[in-house]
Ligand binder design. Structure first.
Ligand code: ATP
Ligand code: MG
Length: 137
């Protein structure tokens, strides 16, 4: 049993894909144990993606993450971090396989529809960035 942090990014919310993405999560046997909608400010998106500050795609990344509301979630299950990354597929949607969310739904590498934590340390940091302890069980 492990927890991971997931985002349905603004490009996917805007295209009415919340339900289909949550359905895939549930069908894969991951449990949604916390969920809310947030429209990230520039400050919130910068803190969340701090590791990428200064990279060439930094401004585009902030622009896309603050373009509209996102759905943020905590997912749990055995090996949840790896299983959610596998369901999302690679950063570049074109490199994914059919059945992977980014391959099926994303527009481009910049607008790639979903986020997932890449390690237990980032999962803990990212969950704490968006959820207060009282919102989790
Ligand atoms: P995420 O952290 O959003 O789950 P990821 O772990 O697959 O995605 P990261 O390397 O952490 O990828 O990059 C964060 C986000 O920044 C990516 O999801 C993508 O939208 C954007 N990004 C990463 N690399 C590039 C790139 N070379 N060109 C354009 N955008 C990029
Ligand atoms: Mg990442």
């Amino acid at each position: 049993y492990q927890q991971t942090f997931a985002i349905i990014k603004p490009d996917a919310v805007e295209r009415n894909l919340i339900g289909q993405i949550v359905s895939r999560i549930e069908a894969a046997g991951l449990e949604v144990c916390a969920m809310k909608m947030v429209h990230m400010s520039r400050r919130e998106a910068s803190g969340f993606y701090a590791e990428h500050e200064g990279k060439p795609f930094w401004e585009t990344l902030l622009g896309n993450m603050t373009a509209g509301p996102s759905v943020v979630m905590v997912l749990s299950g055995e090996d949840a971090i790896q299983r959610w990354r596998e369901l999302m597929g690679p950063t570049d949607p074109a490199k994914g396989k059919p059945g992977q969310l980014r391959r099926d739904f994303a527009v481009s590498m910049e607008r790639n529809s979903v986020h997932g934590s890449d390690s237990p340390e980032s999962a803990a940091r990212e969950i704490a960035w968006f959820f207060a302890g009282v919102e989790l069980h």
